[in-house]
Every structure is written in structure tokens, then in C-alpha cells.
Design a protein around this ligand. Structure first.
Ligand code: IMP
Length: 176
């Protein structure tokens, strides 16, 4: 049992399951990107722990950088826009892998993919630790998925509830 602010969470995915799955993903990525010198773009804050463990197991030459995605509303029909903050590396002609903690509705990832594709990378793929297929609101291709989970709220291992609960080595789900 874990309490984060006013909510109670129970164990969901333990440390060993996470370690084993991430090692598999790292191997897969290392094979797929051999000789491609990929650039990993890690989405802060949630993906910091996943990215750290993933990168320890990636055995090919690669670069890693970090971005933040900020949403802001504009009073136009386009609604909410997404801005990518902190990307200094040119991504043109690079093989990019976006590293995310969780894809829920997929709207954030969709906008991020759009923003990055403007710069004409050679390829872009997504590596997410968690994926909630039932929550998806937009077509999205996610190549590397740690765990597909039900549409329930989770915390831990980098993921937060209102800024708290990131600092655990396993993942917890909101208690019923
Ligand atoms: P999306 O745009 O709905 O896919 O949401 C993406 C972002 O929402 C993620 O990067 C997380 O920051 C947050 N999020 C979605 N579901 C959860 C959850 O179950 N726990 C914690 N954060 C979540």
C-alpha cells in the first residue's frame, strides 16, 4: 500500500518485472538501431527513471537529450497547442526515439510527433513504459511498449499524482 497525498495506491508492477521488461526493450532497440546512431529524446519529468534504466542497457552508440512538453491554450479554433521546450540538438536526418512514461489518450504524443516531424528526422519511433490502449483517442503507432495496462491511474517509477509519488522503484495503481 502506498499513500500519495489524499489517495491510496496498491502494488501493480514490481521492480523485477520492470527490470526484466526494460532489459528486453533495450536489447530490441539495440538490434533495430545498430549503425543508426539514434538520438533518444526523453520527455520530462515522468520518463526520467525509465530512460535511466533503458539507457543503461542500450549497447550501441547513441545520444540522449531531454525535453519538456508544455501545453498552452490559444483562442483559435485549433485549441490547445503543444510546445517542445529544451531541444537543442538538430534532429534533421537523425533516427529519433521518443522516450515517454505513459501514453494515455495519446494526444500529447501525437502533438509531439507532429512538432518533431517538422524538423525532418530520418525516422521517429516511440518507446513508452506504459500504454493504455483503451484510453487512446487518436491513431498512434507506438513501437516499443513496456506494459499495456488497463485504463486506471498509476503512480511510481517516475509517474506522479499531482507532483508526488515519483520516487518508488515499482508501479502502483489507484485503489478502488
Ligand atoms: P496523454 O496525452 O493523455 O497520452 O497523457 C500523457 C501524460 O499524462 C503522460 O505523460 C503523463 O504525464 C500523464 N498521465 C496519463 N496517465 C497517467 C497515469 O495513470 N498516471 C500518471 N500520469 C499519467
Amino acid at each position: 500500500m502506498l499513500t500519495v497525498k489524499d489517495k491510496k495506491f496498491v502494488s501493480f508492477i514490481d521492480k523485477h518485472q520492470i527490470e526484466t521488461r526494460i532489459a528486453q526493450l533495450s536489447r530490441e532497440i539495440s538490434e533495430d538501431y545498430r549503425h543508426k546512431n539514434p538520438l533518444f529524446i526523453v520527455v520530462l519529468n515522468g520518463a526520467f527513471m525509465f530512460a535511466s534504466d533503458l539507457m543503461k542497457n542500450v549497447s550501441i552508440p547513441c545520444e540522449i537529450t531531454f525535453v519538456r512538453v508544455s501545453s498552452y491554450s490559444k483562442t483559435t479554433s485549433t485549441g490547445e497547442l503543444t510546445e517542445v521546450l529544451g531541444l537543442k540538438e538538430p534532429i534533421q536526418n537523425r533516427h529519433v526515439i521518443i522516450v515517454e512514461d505513459i501514453v494515455d489518450t495519446g494526444l500529447t504524443m501525437n502533438k509531439l510527433l507532429f512538432q518533431l516531424s517538422i524538423h525532418k528526422p530520418d525516422s521517429i519511433q516511440v518507446a513508452t513504459l506504459l500504454f493504455k490502449p483503451a484510453a487512446l483517442k487518436t491513431p498512434l503507432s507506438v513501437k516499443y511498449v513496456g506494459f499495456e495496462i488497463e485504463n486506471r491511474f498509476v503512480v511510481g517509477y517516475g509517474l506522479d499524482y499531482d507532483g508526488y509519488g515519483r520516487n518508488t522503484d515499482s508501479i502502483y495503481v489507484l485503489a478502488d
